[in-house]
Design a protein around this ligand. Structure first.
Ligand SMILES: NC(=O)c1ccc[n+]([C@@H]2O[C@H](COP(=O)([O-])OP(=O)(O)OC[C@H]3O[C@@H](n4cnc5c(N)ncnc54)[C@H](OP(=O)(O)O)[C@@H]3O)[C@@H](O)[C@H]2O)c1
Length: 416
C-alpha cells in the first residue's frame, strides 16, 4: 500500500534534542519508521535506554570510554554491533539495512558521515547545518552525482523547502529566513558584554541543545542557515535575506518575482520539520500540537541588528567569499561558543575570536575533504590558543565562576 512501506533510519546524534524528537516521531509512526542504527558521543546511559526501546542492529559511541561502559551494561550475551570513533559513525551512516540517514550531531564532525551516507546511497535528512556550512560544495556535488536528495530538517530551511515545492527557481526573487532574535533581541549593545551562559541559554521560543542556543543568541545560527540555504537551494547570497520575527510562528518565506510571498507557519516544535523530512514527499498525521491561529495574536517582523550581533555579517561574508572561509569560521565559532559556555570568554568576544582566527589563517578558494579537515583543525588550534591567551574582553571574574555553574546546569536542562 502506498505510504505504508516502513523507512529504515539511522540516527546520528540520537541522544540530543533533535535525536530525541526524531525518536518521538518513530514512536508515533511505528508502522512507517524503523530504527536500524543509532550514534552518540558520550551519553551511553541514554543510548542504552534507546537500545532497549528501539532495538537497533548497530550503535556507535564516538568515545571509547563511554562505549566500554555501554558494553559492560549490555552484558556478554548481547549481540548488538557496537562501534566507536569516526569509523563507528561512518559504519552507522552507511549501514546496508538503512535507507535514510538523519544527521543530528552537533558541529563539523557531521561532515564525513554525511558524505559516506551519500556514497552509500542513503536519503539524507539534515539537521546538522554545520555539514553544509563547512562542506556545502563537496556535499552538494556528491549528492548530485549519486542522485541523493538532501532534505532539510532545520525549521527555516524546511519552510523554504516546503514553500518552494515544484516551483521554478527562476521565478523566486529571494528567500526570507526568519530569526527569533534570541534572548537579547532588545538588549542594549553596551550591556552584551556582561551576558552570562545561563542568560544566553534561555531561548524565548525553542528548546534546543546548548551550542545552537548560543548560536541563536549571537545570530550566528541565522548566518549558518543562510549558508545552508545557499547550498540547498542554489541561491545567491544577495537573494537570501533575514528578518527578525520574535514569535517564531512563520518559519521562513519565499518572495516571487511578482512580489507574492509564501510563508510556512506552525508552532515552534521541531517535530514538525523532522517528520516532514522523514515523510517527504508524503505528509503524515501530526506528531505535535496544531496551531490555533486565533490564539496567536500579533505577528511582528523587524530587521536584524547587524551591528549588535556581528556574527550574522561574518557568516554572510564567509559565505560570499566561499572556499575554506566558512569552514574556518565555523571551527572558530565552535571553540568560542564552548569557551563562552565554560566561562572562559565573554559573549561579545565570540565574534572577535572568529574574526581574528579567520584573519590569521590562509584563505583558499579550492577545497577537498582533506583540506577542510586540516583547516577545521588549524582554526580550532588557533582559536583555542587565542582563548588561552585571554583574547578579547574577559568575563568579570565573579560572573565567570558563577556563570560556569549556571551554564552547566542550564546545559543539562536543555540537552533534554
Ligand atoms: N535543537 C534544535 O531545535 C535544532 C534545530 C535546527 C537544527 N539543529 C541542528 O541539529 C544539530 C543537533 O542539534 P541539537 O540541538 O540536537 O544538539 P544537542 O542536543 O547538543 O545534541 C547533539 C547530539 O550530537 C551528539 N554528538 C556530538 N558530538 C558527537 C560525536 N563526536 N560523535 C557522535 N555524536 C556526537 C551528541 O551525543 P552526546 O549526547 O553523547 O553528547 C548528541 O546526541 C545541530 O547541528 C543544530 O544546529 C538543531
Amino acid at each position: 500500500m502506498i505510504g505504508r512501506a516502513s523507512k529504515k533510519i539511522s540516527i546520528l546524534g540520537s541522544t540530543g534534542s533533535i535525536g530525541r524528537s526524531t525518536l518521538d516521531i518513530v514512536r508515533n509512526h511505528p508502522d512507517r519508521l524503523k530504527v536500524v542504527a543509532l550514534a552518540a558521543h558520550n551519553n551511553w546511559q541514554e543510548l542504552l535506554k534507546q537500545i532497549e526501546e528501539f532495538k537497533p542492529l548497530m550503535v556507535a559511541l564516538y568515545s571509547e570510554e563511554a562505549a566500554e561502559k555501554l558494553r559492560y551494561a549490555l552484558g556478554p550475551r548481547s549481540d548488538l554491533e557496537l562501534r566507536t570513533g569516526m569509523e563507528g559513525l561512518l559504519e552507522v551512516a552507511s549501514l546496508a539495512e538503512a535507507d535514510t540517514l538523519l544527521s543530528a550531531m552537533v558541529g563539523s564532525i557531521g561532515l564525513q558521515p554525511v558524505l559516506e551516507a551519500i556514497e552509500a546511497g542513503k536519503k539524507i535528512c539534515l539537521a546538522n547545518k554545520e555539514t553544509l556550512v563547512v562542506g556545502g560544495e563537496l556535499v552538494m556535488a556528491a549528492a548530485q552525482k549519486c542522485e541523493i536528495p538532501i532534505i532539510p530538517v532545520d525549521s527555516e530551511n524546511s519552510a523554504i523547502f516546503q514553500c518552494l515545492g515544484e516551483d521554478d527557481l527562476r521565478f523566486v526573487d529571494r528567500l526570507i529566513l526568519t530569526a527569533s532574535g534570541g534572548p537579547f533581541r532588545e538588549r542594549p549593545t553596551t550591556t552584551l558584554d556582561t551576558v552570562t551562559p545561563a542568560e544566553a541559554l534561555r531561548h524565548p521560543n525553542w528548546e534546543m541543545g546548548g551550542k545552537i542556543t548560543i548560536d541563536s543568541a549571537t545570530l550566528m545560527n541565522k548566518g549558518l542557515e543562510v549558508i545552508e540555504a545557499h547550498w540547498l537551494f542554489n541561491v545567491d547570497y544577495d537573494r537570501i535575506s533575514v528578518v527578525v520575527h520574535p514569535q517564531s510562528i512563520v518559519h521562513s518565506m519565499i518572495e516571487f518575482t511578482d512580489g507574492s510571498i509564501l510563508a510556512q507557519m506552525g508552532l515552534p516544535d521541531m517535530r514538525l520539520p523532522i517528520q516532514y523530512a522523514l515523510s517527504f514527499p508524503e505528509r503524515w498525521l501530526a506528531s505535535c500540537k496544531r496551531t490555533d491561529l486565533t490564539a496567536l495574536g500579533m505577528l511582528n517582523f523587524e530587521p536584524p541588528r547587524f551591528d549588535a550581533f556581528p556574527c550574522l555579517k561574518l557568516a554572510y561574508e564567509a559565505g560570499r567569499r566561499g572556499g575554506n572561509l566558512p569552514c574556518l569560521m565555523n571551527a572558530a565559532n565552535e571553540v568560542a561558543v564552548d569557551s563562552f559556555l565554560k566561562g572562559r570568554l565573554s559573549f561579545s568576544a565570540i565574534p572577535k575570536v572568529i574574526k581574528e582566527t579567520t584573519a590569521r589563517l590562509p584563505f583558499s578558494k579550492k577545497v577537498s575533504l582533506a583540506s577542510l579537515l586540516a583547516d577545521d583543525d588549524s582554526a580550532r588550534c588557533e582559536a583555542t590558543a587565542m582563548v588561552n591567551r585571554g583574547f578579547g574582553a574577559e568575563p568579570p571574574p565573579t560572573a565567570a565562576a558563577s556563570s560556569q555553574k549556571e551554564g552547566a546546569r542550564a546545559l543539562s536542562r536543555h540537552a533534554k
